[in-house]
Write a protein that binds this ligand. Sequence first.
Ligand code: FAD
Length: 471
Amino acid sequence: MVDGKARGIIARNLVTGEIERHSAHAVVIASGGYGNVYFLSTNAMGSNVSAAWKIHKKGAYFANPCFVQIHPTCIPVHGTQQSKLTLMSESLRNSGRIWVPKKLEDAQAIREGKLRPESIKEEDRDYYLERRYPAFGNLVPRDVASRAAKERCDAGYGVGSSKQAVYLDYADAILRYGKIEAGKQGRVNASQEEIIALGKEVVKAKYGNLFDMYEKITGENPYEVPMRIYPAVHYTMGGLWVDYELQTTVPGLYALGEANFSDHGANRLGASALMQGLADGYFVIPYTIGAYLSKEIGTKSISTDHEAFVEAENKVKNQINQFFAIKGTKSVDSFHKRLGKIMWDKCGMARNEQGLKEAIAEIQQIKKEFWSDVRVPGSADEFNPELEKAGRVADFIELGELMCKDALNRNESCGGHFREEYQTEEGEAMRDDENYAYVAAWEYKGENQEPVLHKEDLKYENIKIAQRSYK
Ligand SMILES: Cc1cc2nc3c(=O)[nH]c(=O)nc-3n(C[C@H](O)[C@H](O)[C@H](O)COP(=O)(O)OP(=O)(O)OC[C@H]3O[C@@H](n4cnc5c(N)ncnc54)[C@H](O)[C@@H]3O)c2cc1C
């Protein structure tokens, strides 16, 4: 920051370890979302919050951090050594049917390997989305489908060794497509086997790559056995607060794509992430940044020898040195896993006041332990993934605390934020538009200081806000 404006960045070359200074008249970041705060997510392993978090600590407000999209169709967690979750495409819900056994004893027998899902009779299956939401069935929005899966699994009907999975079944679709295909080919007397074979070909043409991927990961053939799926963290609606020109609260600093919070102020469900990113990059920033730069036309190029660069670089170097100086006993990943579990259990698909308060205290404890007992091997001037991860996890820990504070502040259920205290008798999200129809934009106030909440009211001029219903 030079004279209150963003004038450049400090970067670490990940291959050589070299610290570089880059100056500019304005800074644009498009560094993605923060779903990896949960350790396990569908995001790429490198996705992180560091750029956005550093900017937040330099004065940019961080908006709506608690709004997280949980995707209902992911391959379930299958062990403690897993580092990533795999998304099965949304498109699979177009044709597949989602169910769990109706009887607890059947669910248990399946888990124990004494019963096969294919052998459970139709009347003993609970197609819970079709049952609860007859108008939309398996195509309800992601937050609703995810919570419904959690509800069934929490009630004991989950399948798989972890009890945290439901079935996504293609048997009906195979039969249906097979009949249509047989009709098209004029095979009026086709046998059941022939119809199934034809149906499998249709499914293969539509979703073959996804079915192959599922089989490679789980070792099960989804053409024969229903797939097991469970919700997973997928997309983050919160991010750096920006105005309509995509400028943060720091002059000259712009944030694009998943890194900002924009376009999710209204429904906060995270629809069409790519469209938002593309619109930001193609249609908004090329026009808006010009207005800012036009006022900078007389500003000479910014020297990277400026005191602000020296200070920022020293801060980066000091943090790196601090990591190596700790010489603790625990790996970076061990802290990240602990943080992720707290976030998933207490600030995940469902949150409540007590859990969030516990989470905040536990995260503060993790932070203390991290800065006194983390072990970062190697050195700073080389390719060092552990050092990279240490920086990211340090930022995730602080972000996790803010997410919990944001979730605790929001006494309603809305979009990708479900507070257990605020639900209807049927278990649906209950908004409080009177008190919470605002964007929560948090201001960083310094180490161990409470962040300050700024409210930006959501104003609707052309629509009347109403409770969602998919019944
Ligand atoms: C499996 C999966 C499937 C998806 N499917 C869909 C879909 O069908 N439709 C849809 O609309 N959305 C989908 N999404 C969401 C969508 O892909 C993302 O929201 C979108 O890609 C975000 O784009 P972005 O450019 O903002 O960030 P990203 O694509 O995450 O790119 C950020 C880039 O910044 C880099 N970076 C991060 N930090 C730094 C740093 N400090 N210094 C330098 N570089 C940095 C990262 O390495 C990365 O290359 C999907 C997401 C996933 C994970």
